[in-house]
Design a protein around this ligand. Structure first.
Ligand SMILES: [Ca+2]
Length: 157
């Protein structure tokens, strides 16, 4: 009877331990594929010139390689004399376009807007955010809305 009892106890132990082993195995599997690499945000392609707002900025090329995948692509902006900031515009697709409307009433003179992208993957890794008052980003748009007004004045005369 004792050997049977022992065998029964071992069998129960094995059953009780099985879920723990399964969880442990699952944990090993998750850690083996952990994504610690920031995605490549691709590039923004703003127009060289704009005579009206919003400024339409196309973007493409965001990729997370074999990682967890692109969660979002953000449009970041800088103007002369101001630091980089997040425009508030983001997209879950790796390519598309943003319609950026500058704050205030810019464009009376030639105002330059520099654009770049920041991407985040599905586990929260982020590509580098631009900082400070320098850098051209991926491209620059010169905004001059007054050109339109002058055109109208010429047409009216
Ligand atoms: Ca990644």
């Amino acid at each position: 009877m004792k050997p049977l009892t022992k065998a029964g106890a071992v069998g129960l132990f094995a059953l009780a331990a099985a879920p723990l082993l399964a969880l442990s195995g699952s944990g090993d599997s998750v850690s083996g594929t952990l994504d610690t690499v920031a995605p490549n945000p691709g590039a923004a392609s703003p127009p060289l010139l704009a005579q009206e707002t919003p400024i339409v900025v196309t973007f493409s090329g965001a990729t997370d390689g074999a990682g967890s995948g692109i969660a979002s692509v953000e449009l970041w902006v800088r103007t002369d004399g101001a630091p980089w900031f997040f425009s508030g515009l983001s997209d879950t697709e790796p390519a598309g376009s943003f319609s950026f409307t500058p704050a205030g009433d810019p464009g009376e003179m030639d105002d330059d807007y520099y654009f770049t992208l920041v991407a985040e993957d599905n586990v929260g890794n982020r590509s580098d955010e631009p900082e400070g008052f320098v850098g051209d980003g991926d491209g620059t748009t010169t905004l001059n809305t007054e050109t339109n007004v002058r055109d109208w004045m010429v047409l009216d005369q």
